[in-house]
Design a binder for this molecule. Structure first.
Ligand code: HMG
Length: 246
C-alpha cells in the first residue's frame, strides 16, 4: 500500500479514465488524495481468514475503519467503490455462505459505496454459485450497482460473467493479459483477461467501445515489461492472427 504516490506519479493520465486507489483505512485515503486519485476503493472480505491475512483485522473492524474513509471522501467529493473478497470461497476458511457475502456487501452499500464489486479472489466459483451470490446481494443492492471481479484460477471466470450478464449485471472488472493475483490469497491467479471479455461481448453484439488492436498492444507491452506470457486466450489467438510469425 505504501507506494501510491510513486505509481500515480508515473501514470500518463488519459481523458475519460478514472484513476482509483485501494484505501483500506484513513491513512490510505490521505495518501490517495495527495497522489491525485479520482476515486478510492475500500475492500472488505466475506471471510474472516482472508480479512486477517489481507488487512490484518476482522471483517467488522475493517468496516469500522472504512467509516472515516467514507466521511473524508464525502468531504473531498470523491466517490468510493466497495469490494467484497472471497465471495465464492476463501483459501483459509473454505466455502463462504452467500448470505455472509450479501451482508458485507449491504454494509458497504449502506455506508455509501456507489458500487460493490464481488471478488472471487481465488477464482474457485462456478456459474451456479455466482448466480446465487448475485441473487442474494441484489436483494438490497440494485444489480446495476454490482460488479463482477472474478479471478480465473480454474478457468471459470468468463462463464461466471456470462451467467451474471444473463441476470442483468453490467459492470465487469478485468485486467489486460489477465494480470493480477493476490499475495494474500495463496493460489489466486490473475483476473479475467480484458481481451477475453471484449471478444465475447463484441461477439454477442454488445458494443464495448474498446479498441482490440490497441488492447493487444497494451497486453504485449506489459507482458514484455514483466517478462510473463499473456493469460488471455483471445489475446493469444488474435495476436497470432495479426502476427502469424509469432
Ligand atoms: C491495511 C494494512 C496497512 C494494515 O496493516 P497494519 O499493520 O494492521 O496497519 P498499522 O496501522 O499497524 O500500520 C502498519 C504500517 O503500515 C502503514 N500503513 C497503514 N495503513 C497504510 C496504508 N493504507 N498505506 C500505506 N501504509 C499504511 C503504517 O503507517 C505503519 O507504517 P510504519 O509506522 O510501520 O512505518 C496492511 O494490512 C495492508 O497494507 N494490507 C493490504 C495488502 C494488500 O495490498 N492486499 C491486496 C489488495 S487487493 C485485494 O484485497 C482484493 C481485491 C480488492 O482486489 C478484490 C479481490 O480480488 O478480492
Amino acid at each position: 500500500m505504501a507506494d501510491s504516490q510513486k505509481v500515480f506519479d508515473l501514470i500518463h493520465r488519459q481523458p475519460g479514465i478514472i484513476y482509483s486507489a485501494l484505501t483500506p483505512n484513513l491513512k490510505g485515503f490521505e495518501a490517495a488524495l495527495a497522489a491525485g486519485a479520482d476515486e478510492v476503493a475500500v475492500f472488505a472480505s466475506a471471510s474472516e481468514g482472508f480479512s486477517q491475512k489481507n488487512i490484518n483485522c476482522s471483517i467488522s473492524e475493517s468496516l469500522k475503519r472504512f467509516e472515516p474513509v467514507m466521511a473524508a471522501a464525502k468531504q473531498h467529493g470523491l466517490k468510493v467503490r466497495g469490494y467484497v473478497s472471497c465471495v465464492m470461497g476463501c483459501p483459509y476458511d473454505g466455502d463462504i455462505r452467500p448470505s455472509v457475502v450479501a451482508d458485507v456487501a449491504d454494509q458497504l452499500w449502506q455506508m455509501g459505496c456507489y458500487e460493490i464489486s464481488l471478488g472471487d479472489t481465488i477464482g474457485v466459483g462456478t456459474p451456479y454459485k455466482a448466480k446465487i451470490v448475485l441473487e442474494q446481494t441484489s436483494r438490497n443492492i440494485p444489480v446495476l450497482s454490482l460488479a463482477a471481479h472474478f479471478h480465473n484460477t480454474y478457468g471459470q471466470a468468463l462463464a461466471n460473467v456470462y451467467a451474471l450478464l444473463e441476470e442483468g449485471l453490467s459492470v465487469i472488472d478485468t485486467s489486460v493479459a489477465g494480470l493480477g493475483g493476490c499475495p494474500y490469497a495463496p493460489g489466486a491467479s490473475g483476473n479475467l483477461a480484458t481481451e477475453d471479455v471484449v471478444y465475447m461481448l463484441e461477439g454477442m453484439g454488445i458494443k464495448t467501445g474498446v479498441n482490440m488492436e490497441e488492447l493487444l498492444k497494451a497486453a504485449t507491452f506489459i507482458c514484455d515489461q514483466l517478462g510473463i506470457p499473456s493469460r488471455s486466450n483471445a489475446g493469444f489467438a488474435l495476436s497470432r492472427l495479426i502476427h502469424p510469425s509469432g
